[in-house]
Design a protein around this ligand. Structure first.
Ligand code: IPD
Ligand code: CA
Ligand code: CA
Ligand code: CA
Length: 268
């Protein structure tokens, strides 16, 4: 076994290469009207043949380059490794957009070393945008360093959100968004958690919140957002993944947090 994993930039380069290859495959193979192969947690939670094919391709490429690494993927689950590196994969984030031909879906690949994400690549395939970040190395798009919007007051903030699958959860989320909407500039529902986080990083929105996002949704893009200066976290200092995922520049993060805490019906 290797004593030291490769450095972050080397891992990032591999993540970028694989996210690009998976994106090319998806673009080439996406039929005009992709079919729903199965539903998962609820009728709105769909999977297509290409979600699975993309994850298989990504797993094969990781396996060729790094046969001892662990992999967690949305479609294929947890595959243990024997070293310090773990890959966290969402083969298509934004499957519903993919299904309808809306141009916001992404291949997301995050890389952990010793349980911490150190590199992330998010490829918005239809728009040809590759977001990348390494821990301490900044967040990047097309050779330009990203920085999130700062100093935006809540009432002038454009806030992205997402709705996890499941009817009961959606009812609650609709109630929360009804309270948030009159307090902010406007709401966006882009349809991909990874691209929501990258949108904060780019300054295309000011903030983002969602309850119930999964690790593979935000592993790579969470690093893109933090490296762009945003704060990513949960409610009441809890880490992301326990309850709410919140992302915004410091200042707006706290204002959004304080707005959401009393509204959140699943709070402690
Ligand atoms: C979903 C998207 C969506 C978010 C859901 C996710 P998927 O991922 O990121 O924007 O609201 O919570 O599950 O299923 O398209 O990979
Ligand atoms: Ca899914
Ligand atoms: Ca996802
Ligand atoms: Ca997915």
């Amino acid at each position: 076994d290797e004593a030291e994993p490769p450095d972050r930039e080397t891992l990032l380069a591999l993540a970028v290469e694989i996210a690009e290859e998976a994106g090319e495959m998806l673009l080439a193979k996406r039929p005009d009207r992709p079919e729903v192969l199965a539903t998962k947690s609820s009728p709105t939670d769909v999977v297509t043949a290409l979600d699975r094919a993309a994850e298989e391709l990504i797993r094969a490429r990781i396996g060729e380059a790094r046969p001892h690494d662990a992999i967690l993927g949305e479609e294929g689950g947890d595959t243990p490794g024997t070293g310090r590196v773990k890959w966290v994969v969402d083969p298509i984030d934004g499957t519903v957009n993919f299904l309808y031909g809306l141009p916001d879906w992404a291949v997301s690949i995050g890389v952990e070393v010793d349980g911490e994400i150190v590199a992330g690549a998010v490829h918005n395939v239809p728009r040809g945008e590759l977001f990348s970040a390494s821990k301490g190395g900044g967040a990047w798009l097309r050779g330009e360093r990203l920085s999130c919007n700062t100093g935006v007051p809540l009432d002038r903030a454009l806030i992205a959100t997402g709705f996890g699958y499941g009817v009961a959860r959606r009812r609650v989320q609709a109630e929360v968004v009804a309270q948030v909407l009159p307090r902010v500039r406007d709401i966006r529902r882009i349809g991909s958690c990874a691209l929501d986080l990258c949108a904060v990083a780019t300054g295309r929105v000011d903030g983002y919140y969602e309850r119930g996002a999964n690790y593979w949704d935000h592993a790579a893009a969470g690093l893109v957002a933090t490296e762009a200066g945003a704060r990513v976290g949960g409610l009441n200092g809890r880490p992301v993944g326990v309850d709410m995922l919140l992302c915004a520049a410091p200042g707006l993060f706290e204002d959004l947090h304080d707005l959401l805490v009393p509204l959140d019906p699943e709070r402690d």
